[in-house]
Design a protein around this ligand. Structure first.
Ligand SMILES: [Zn+2]
Length: 54
């Protein structure tokens, strides 16, 4: 449980890291940029290639 609490404290910092692509749950296969949710179309390149990293 302490792991989740620590993740919550880090959330704001992590969220700002999405822009640099350091950590995200989804990624676009077309342009290989990370995105913060499973978009139908990639917000970066517009391709329908966003997939969960896992
Ligand atoms: Zn893309």
């Amino acid at each position: 449980m302490s792991l989740f609490r620590k993740a919550g404290e880090k959330f704001e910092e992590t969220k700002q890291s999405f822009v640099s692509g350091r950590k995200a749950e989804y990624v676009c296969r077309a342009c290989e940029k990370s995105v913060d949710k499973e978009y139908d179309h990639c917000p970066h390149c517009g391709e329908p290639a966003v997939e969960p990293i896992d």
